[in-house]
Write a protein of this length. Sequence first.
Length: 332
Amino acid sequence: MNLVIDGRALVGHRTGIGVHTAEIARRLTIDPPPLIAAHAEIDDRSGLEQCRFRVDRAPFGVLWQQVLLPRIEADVLWGPHGTLPIASRVPAVVTIHDFTAITMPGRHRLTTILSYGLFIGRSLERAQRIAAVSRAAAEEAVRGFGVSRSKIEIVPNGVDEFFSPGEGEGDYVLFVGTLEPRKGLADLLDVWRAIPRPKPRLVLCGGEGWGNPDLADAELTGYVDRERLRALYRGALAFVYPSRYEGFGIPPLEAMACGAPVVATRTGAIPEFAGDAALLVDPGDRDGLRDALVRLLRDASLRRELRARGPERAMLYRWERSATLMMELFRG
């Protein structure tokens, strides 16, 4: 099977969809190995040494996808970014993560809104099979685009053994994710300022996005590598994820795997994988977020309980299972 992967999400720092793409691609045992194609160089190829790569340079990723990607010979095409080249007639599988570019346009850049809005409907229609990272994403596809449920397979994100518990407890509350509006940073900063001193440090870890509130009350790490990220998860007094909307929500799962006590919002797949191993609040509920954070910071026994439960729950979500499910879709 000659599998070609739309590798645009792997250009630049590996986050979100890029993590999903890489973790599944590295576990696909096919001959020849998967071909990861992109419009620009993929600098971070860690874990993907067995894959083939191809770069056909283009100024814009969506231009490359619609014009150049269809010219690459393939038996099966995987679009992990949510859309497909409309002109291609190669059997294709598309992965949907969320529809926020349509449902929450104010929380995305204009280029994302336009490219996604133009091609998502026809991509879902053209795809032979659709992988959804959560039940929530699958239901949105059914309700919003009339996709048959029989065409959709739930293929959740996961973690691997790299993300595991450590020793000790630091003096900081951690957030991980791209710094952008839909991550709920305005909610978090408002809540944080309302929590009385003395209080731990607030550390925001992630690449700089856009449209952020004043972050003066937090420490910014920027984008960090996996080793540094694991260390931050392991040492966090608490991990907070106040996202307004997620398709899945990988950082809370990674935090749980590393034994960090988690406070997160009920969005995407978070309620599914967190279960009783995290404190959950509704998106945008600042009072609920504040109460959960204060409770966790003041209650050492609760933190110990969540540190024990988190890794057990995270064990249920492994990338190996995700890759196996994707292989079944690729084989038709």
